[in-house]
Design a protein around this ligand. Sequence first.
Ligand SMILES: C[S@@+](CC[C@H](N)C(=O)[O-])C[C@H]1O[C@@H](n2cnc3c(N)ncnc32)[C@H](O)[C@@H]1O
Length: 1021
Amino acid sequence: MAKTRANEREFAGQVIFWIKKRLAEGGLPFENATNDSSLYGLETTRFPDVLLTLDFGGLEPFCGWEFKTPKTDARDGKLLKDAVKKAQTLDAKYFVTWNMQTAIIWRTPGKTRVKVNEDDKVQEIGPDSRISSVEDVRDRAKAGLLEEMCRRLVMDLGRLYEDERLNLPVADTTVFVGMVSVASVKLADSLLRDINKARGKKTFDRRLNAWAKKQGVSKYDQEYYETLAQQIAYKIVGKILFYLTLRRQNLQLPRLDLRGKNYGTAMKRMRGLFEMALDYQAIFEHDITDEIELSEESARVIIELTDNLAHWTFELMQLDVIGNVFEKLVPEEARHSLGQYFTPDNLVDMIVAFCVKSENDFVMDPTCGTGTFLIGSYRRLRGLGARRRAHHKLLEQVWGFDIAGFPAELATINLCGQNLSDYRNFPRVLTMDFFDVQPGAKFEFPPPKKTAKTGERITVEIPKLDALMGNFPFIRQELIEKAEKGYKKKLEKVLHEDWYVNGGYRELFRNGNGNNSNKIRLSGQADIYAYMFFHAAVHLNDDGRMGFITSNSWLDVAYGYELQKFFLSKFKLVGIFESRCEPWFEQSAVNTVFTILERCDDEKERAANYVRFVKVKKPLAELFPQDVLTDAQGRWIALEQFVDKVEELGVHWDACGEKDFKKFAAINEEYVKQPEIISYEDDEIRVRMVRQEDLRAQVFDAAQTVKWGQYLRGPDIYFEILEKCADKLVPLSEVANIRRGITTGINEFFYLPREQARHWGIEKEFLKPVVTSTREIPGVFVEAKDLPYRVFSCHKDREELRGTRALKYIKTREKRSTKNGTPWNKVPSVKGRKNWYSVPKNVVADFLVLRFRDRRHYTPINKAKAEIGDVVFVGEFREDAYKNFGCSFLNSTLIALFAEVFGRANLGDGLLTTYGPEIGALLVPKDLQGTRSEKKMTRVCEEFTKLGRRRVLPFDKEVRRRDRESFEKEVFESLGLGEKEYKEVCHAVNELIEERHLLPKLRKARRVSVSVTEYKKLITL
Ligand SMILES: C[S@@+](CC[C@H](N)C(=O)[O-])C[C@H]1O[C@@H](n2cnc3c(N)ncnc32)[C@H](O)[C@@H]1O
């Protein structure tokens, strides 16, 4: 049978269906939508395509709808004239013209007018260019867009019925957040006074303390009552926001209009309205905070806020607004102490797409903040087919914990808000320290609606999870103990219970294979997220997945070793992802990665897995441009395609043919070892794939962290050079001693500007030139004439010093004290010395290695035989014969390349950090032997000397200099490399330098652009 074409009638039929579906969800003043003209005894041609009515019988018209296909303009003269006439006949206050692309709501003019003009327009939605033909009504994705449009029209009409007006400006997140945060600060201020007044009542203080404890506010906190006032302010603001969200769907709730009353009745009204919303009793539930009598001042702030909020519409506000409210509301220091940064939607969805695979999955974010991952997961579950499952059932599948009360509350609001008409369940979100959450533990939740059957609480056991996702707090290890003494011990105990007592991974503990030692192997330097990975994993189902965002530091630092072993032994490591083209977090200066893991006990499967190190080359908004709200389905499709592409690379790379793939052979030399690496690159991603068994062998052989950062950041030329020269290279630590420069203990005493040294007349034998800052070394050689300081270096006893100017200097100055009153000779860093005034004796260093690199790459040579301060690392070669060549080589672009690949770029300020382990790993040529080699080495040294006559320039300028090119030519030749490799190295290093500077630059630019938008918006208010 020939397929019939869709037409306007089919579209009209769909619209009636969508309107009725929306009406069934409740919260609107309308009861029916009909196309039955016989109800009014009219011919079909004189009746609107659809009539929206206030009663079920269809006899109280409110709005007529006229449909056209995209071929006809929504403002077509004949269409409008017809629509006006029909609306007037029926006495419908409004009518809609909709040509599928554009929908317009019009106010019906009085009967004396037959035409409408632009003044009669109340609302216009569209045009949506994705809709192009009437056939689109049969396309699932496009029909979804049309349905969304229809729902908006119905909501707008509802609001017109209630409020007689619509076009409130759409609240821009920044403006909205601005209003809310100003109000919260003011409210916290006046609430503090209200609380103090209420504390006069007998039992109030005790109950307030109990409440505070539940919110995670410790009585021992310094500003206890200030913090409480803040929490209560947030709670009130939270309720107001929730009420407004609730009213978006349920217009039968009265407007939150508190104006015009006196303060007492206004507050009573507010609480009364909250009572009406008590279907969500868990959020509006009474607690101690409702007992505080609000002063006139507090009430004024609340009234002002609700009044301001009434001038905006929230319908179209970005989804991340709740997270944003929190980010701006809570002072930055307070958020940062808990590591609270919130993840942008795109990143959340990408991780969710990797981890949530089935509509039946149970998921958890152990540090959920305002619930970005919970919402992402909820939507993903619905998209996966759980759409059929009711909201209250879906809520059972999504679990979240956060140690802080307010974000957890916002997460709850956020989840409830996904379907406010279904309040038969309560989100599984709890304010708790995740380390207190044990598998199988039972928790109590308030039933959303109290019934005789449910009572006050329902008890639910936490299930094993199919997916754990989130963004672990960025809390540096030094701060963990500072915040709570003994906290690390607690974490160790939890992990011991998880993996030792219950078995499963005893290797994490010393003598893990038998003896009952409970000493954890995780280094004391580990940041909190390292512990979280281990604890999260005990909650995971057999082949469940985890996806977590963390700082990228574990890839390269010592404590990464335990994580690497754990991941490779208990999981299939699906991939580690990093972006070098945009900062994923604008507020935080930490550079981040996310890691996807799949629990797997099958050793063979693990061994065969390809671990993917993925550099994301495009901003996420370009990879997934589809709108979260209007094109949810298209978006999930794009995300799934991305996930499939990455995952299939590992499985089928050999079937993909040569295109876009490269292979770097395994290397197994004495000093340089690398597994086989398959590299894939297109304009979206670069992926380095390593078989998990090879990676595992590498980590276990090394018995320390293998720098995985190299697979993410290392350019192709780096791996090519290793392939070609592995037999000729050796780590610097094998041929040189590396250490920190001298630590004087009291720079003020030991470092003397030259003039001051002269002034004291200190004997020459006690003064040595010293490098105190890298600014003092403009070129590749340390020259005494450039050094403005002398170090006081005296190893004689006082007896021997009698009569010297040096002794006078010591005696005069030792009377001085530090800022906190400690006399200089009692300062802990010097008092243990035989003579406090003697700096440690040192071998004269051959070279200095920078700790921080910006755009200049060089390794200054200590020609002046100066002392070197601890602002840098220093080293000396063990073999004299190697010295000159070694020092020269350390200044080559090859060392710049190795430093860029091994160094840490995790501070987020664009600087590259190289500490002891990174410096020791720099690769230098083995002692080249034989006369031919000696000649080559001599030529390298000769060319190097010529560089010493000038300043070292930023890398991109430096490599364009003639003298540099001549030097590099000799260096590259000494290793059997040529000009092609040199050019590629220059290009790669330049790119790496640019990449590490790009993120801070973008962070800054984005912050500026946000404040500019905010400003512009405010001045147009
Ligand atoms: C980086 S934020 C991430 C929030 C959210 N997952 C997101 O990505 O938007 C980290 C969250 O961890 C919470 N947190 C810190 N320590 C915690 C702990 N021990 N247990 C549970 N949550 C914790 C903080 O309050 C903060 O909200």
